[in-house]
Design a protein around this ligand. Sequence first.
Ligand SMILES: N[C@@H](CCC(=O)N[C@@H](CS)C(=O)NCC(=O)O)C(=O)O
Length: 202
Amino acid sequence: MLVLRASPSSPFVRKVRMAIDQVGMTDKVKIDPSDTMDANDSVRSQNPLGKIPTLILEDGTAIYDSRVIIEYLDELSGGGNIIPASGKERLLAMRMQALGDGIMDAGVLQIYEKRWRPEDKRVDKWVDHQSGKVARAFDALEKDPPAFGPMLHVGHIAVAAALGYFDFRFEGQWRAKHPKLVQWLDEFAKKVPSFGATTPSG
Ligand SMILES: N[C@@H](CCC(=O)N[C@@H](CS)C(=O)NCC(=O)O)C(=O)O
């Protein structure tokens, strides 16, 4: 059995959980909660970065980060299931994943600014810098929502995880100005049942 160190609030974990389901491995992965804020949590000895998702293989090897885990899952399930095998298709899917991940990173950093710094030490310029990335990314996606082609790939999964995170932590403010993206996420949710099954909490 593989073990995924996880939390129900992490968008990167959600991305990996959707990928696990898409490659048909849900029954082969045990979800093991991790508290990354707890200095005694074993995730810090499994992954020096102390981050989730971290996947523990049967021989004890720890795999991170989410992109590496997804590469592994795709290969383990025969290859070419959620990552296009080669060429421009692969390049664009990986770029889409990078965009989704970048939105999540910028969102997580904004949340950490509030979580880790006392109110009088927070830096608005830093938060604005991060929210600018997110705003530009949402606008780019609204202009050209990711097409659903023959393969539902890691790029779609990452963008959906990112939008879901902004629903969860930022009250879905993105929805008002991005109607095409709202429609896109509805369509994604219909195609990928694990999206609904991994709705964040915490
Ligand atoms: N690049 C990483 C990002 C993972 C990440 O930022 N995880 C957050 C939770 S959403 C985390 O573990 N934070 C704890 C920390 O930074 O100490 C990935 O793709 O897996």
